[in-house]
Ligand binder design. Structure first.
Ligand SMILES: NC(=O)c1ccc[n+]([C@@H]2O[C@H](COP(=O)([O-])OP(=O)(O)OC[C@H]3O[C@@H](n4cnc5c(N)ncnc54)[C@H](OP(=O)(O)O)[C@@H]3O)[C@@H](O)[C@H]2O)c1
Length: 339
């Protein structure tokens, strides 16, 4: 049998419901059947569940985008994958490489109409798969497709970050800590903001060059300028949205760049972008990444022996508790579900 969770919509509310289905054994041409070993949560998964009754997910959708699995069967015509291989499906299964096509938004795993990975069995296109770096555990490998790839795309596929650059990441969630680890690996000076002194201490242990408590120092942009002799940060992962955007624009260095990624304080930020002109600075819109980028992220993780930060691992049956923990904001890094 195949155990999975689905989103059940009940009026204006949506909840996770455990399901048992017949296990799939056959697989279509060009596709690969995986046994999912571990899956991880992203802030987006909270938005999908909370917004399901308003159209963010169909009734019966299997949630979550991020997982690692073991190949159980390969369809006709599949090359490069064999039974027993470990594999990570990309967030956008059909964005293989090159420029983004908005059509991929319809097919992102675990949102809208496209079933995700919180299922013991998962059929995906062979082309969407990447081999995880060998040093990663299943739990660690499951955290790469959304949070890891987004930070990688923002910092290295655009950019790129160089040794000695200053990087600012906001908060201590998944994207932010990947940003810290990836940028620190090439010798960048990473500034981390957080609402918790305990988390800031952990960030310093991970290699943060400087930290700012954004609750106690709401004008954290001024602190970034003070830390950098008035210059500002060369790269900013803008994760907060409306509450942080104006400060990010004030904190970015001349010639620097803001990666527009997050909506932690809401959608539709309306910052004053005029100052960017007089700094020759820019904003890069970032939406996760391609299969080719995920492959390069794994190569980088292997080269630098980076282990993703995992806050907690939940049993499959406790998947709803993993959502509750994410919503609490208490986590530092990633939440993983062991299947
Ligand atoms: N564009 C894309 O492709 C893409 C991909 C992935 C994620 N995202 C977005 O990026 C954001 C982060 O995602 P995630 O999965 O990393 O989230 P997450 O793991 O849930 O991180 C949440 C953390 O962010 C910090 N935070 C919350 N509100 C904040 C605020 N107003 N200002 C600064 N920090 C704040 C808090 O850290 P402290 O407790 O330390 O304060 C909180 O624990 C989300 O908005 C998500 O939707 C976008």
């Amino acid at each position: 049998m195949n155990r999975q969770f689905t989103i059940t919509i009940d009026g204006m509310h949506a909840r996770l419901q455990a399901q048992t289905r017949a296990a799939q054994h056959e697989v279509a041409a060009g596709q690969v059947l995986l046994q999912v070993d571990a899956a991880s949560l992203n802030y987006r998964d909270l938005l999908t569940l909370q917004g399901a009754a308003s159209g963010a997910a169909r009734d019966g959708l299997v949630p979550l985008s991020d997982a690692v699995g073991t190949v159980l069967a390969v369809g006709d015509g599949v090359q490069g994958w064999q039974v027993g291989d470990r594999a990570i499906p990309n967030f956008f299964p059909a964005w293989i490489e090159g420029r983004f096509d908005p059509v991929h938004l319809q097919n992102a795993l675990g949102g809208g109409n496209t079933d995700g990975v919180l299922s013991q069995r998962l059929e995906v296109p062979a082309q969407s798969l990447v081999a995880p770096a060998a040093h990663l555990s299943d739990e660690e490998a499951s955290t790469l497709p959304c949070a890891g790839l987004t930070a990688w795309h923002a910092l290295f596929e655009r950019g790129p970050v160089m040794a000695g650059d200053t990087v600012l990441v906001q908060g201590t969630g998944g994207v932010a800590l990947f940003g810290l680890q990836l940028a620190a690996a090439v010798g960048a000076r990473v500034i981390v903001t957080s609402s918790s002194h305990v988390k800031l201490e952990r960030a310093r242990q991970l290699g943060a060059w400087a930290t700012i408590h954004y609750g106690e120092t709401p004008a954290w942009d001024e602190q970034v300028l003070a830390l950098t002799d008035g210059r500002g940060a060369d790269h900013i992962l803008e994760l907060g949205g409306p509450d942080t955007y104006d400060r990010s624009i004030r904190a970015v260095a001349p010639g620097g760049r803001i990666a527009q990624i997050g909506v932690l304080s809401g959608f539709n930020a309306r910052p004053d972008i005029q100052p960017l002109q007089f700094k020759n600075a820019r904003i890069d819109g970032i939406c996760v990444g391609s299969v080719a980028q995920l492959r390069r992220l794994n190569q980088f993780m292997a080269q630098h022996a980076i282990h993703p930060v995992i806050d907690r691992v939940f049993d499959f049956e406790d998947s709803p508790a993993a959502y509750t923990h994410l919503a609490s904001g208490q986590h530092f890094g990633k939440l993983v579900i062991r299947l």
